[in-house]
Ligand binder design. Sequence first.
Ligand SMILES: NC(=O)c1ccc[n+]([C@@H]2O[C@H](COP(=O)([O-])OP(=O)(O)OC[C@H]3O[C@@H](n4cnc5c(N)ncnc54)[C@H](O)[C@@H]3O)[C@@H](O)[C@H]2O)c1
Length: 317
Amino acid sequence: MRRELDADIHICRFHPGYLTAERLAKAKKLKLAITAGIGSDHVDLNAANKTNGGITVAEVTGSNVVSVAEHVVMTILVLVRNFVPAHEMIEQGRWDVAEAAKNEFDLEGKVVGTVAVGRIGERVLRRLRAFDCKELLYYDYQPLSPEKEKEIGCRRVENLEEMLAQCDVVTINCPLHEKTKGLFNKDLIAKMKPGSWLVNTARGAIVVKEDVAEALKTGHLRGYGGDVWFPQPAPADHVLRTAKNPFGGGNAMVPHMSGTSLDAQKRYALGTKSILESYLSGKFDYKPEDLIVHGGDYATKAYGERAKLAKKDVAGP
Ligand SMILES: NC(=O)c1ccc[n+]([C@@H]2O[C@H](COP(=O)([O-])OP(=O)(O)OC[C@H]3O[C@@H](n4cnc5c(N)ncnc54)[C@H](O)[C@@H]3O)[C@@H](O)[C@H]2O)c1
């Protein structure tokens, strides 16, 4: 038996499928499972509700949304400005401004759209305001308030394909669930504007990797970037490690790091400490937004819905 199963408290950064129903059944003393970050996909939440009168599962909600949003903005700029091939040229000891510049653009004047405008999607749009884009669009079945739309300067498009057809840059910020798994396949990518850029920091399985690679090869997609893969860790021969556009660039993929900046880690640590203090002081005064399951039930209906989706997820933040 693993040592932590004898403990009252379990803390985990991220370990898919770790606190399974089987393991929880052996954890006779367990009262609190903390995710030192976001995404409690590693816990069987239904089993947690039934174990030891209800284990509390808590996470540090919102602790990395800014980190991911910054990464999205960076990836958009890296792709649009053709940064990676230009830097590689410099490393190789070469100097060919014409070659580097022939696939380099400005973000100003471009149409950027986000698939989903939740905590991350909204932050991406807010950060893009500074770049004087032609339009900031979003597709989400939960619209922003008209006041927020005005403040951010964005517009909702009710149909995903209509939005994609208008966008020079598309950023994916929706959860992975049965409706978004494989959403960006060759048919949907074909609806995107020719020569557009696609950024995915949401989940690898939202795109069909072979279809993205093929669209890059033909130039229909000028670039693809992000930090999420399917599967994870990406095998050495994962097609998106090396897929390139006809100019030999357009790839801004990195390991799953966007939400793990040192600043985000500091927030995870402080949030974990605060959850521990709530438990150890006996006050149980957790922040409601940090609670996933508590007292034998999902903390809120929304968390229940989110957890149901999370169970279908394949890789955590
Ligand atoms: N790369 C990373 O390290 C990292 C870190 C955190 C989160 N994420 C991913 O980013 C996603 C978004 O995070 P968030 O905190 O903004 O989530 P959130 O819950 O705040 O927002 C999700 C939004 O997606 C919308 N949505 C759901 N299904 C949709 C669909 N089919 N089409 C359009 N919109 C849809 C919802 O209405 C909601 O507005 C997470 O689900 C997670 O997969 C990645």
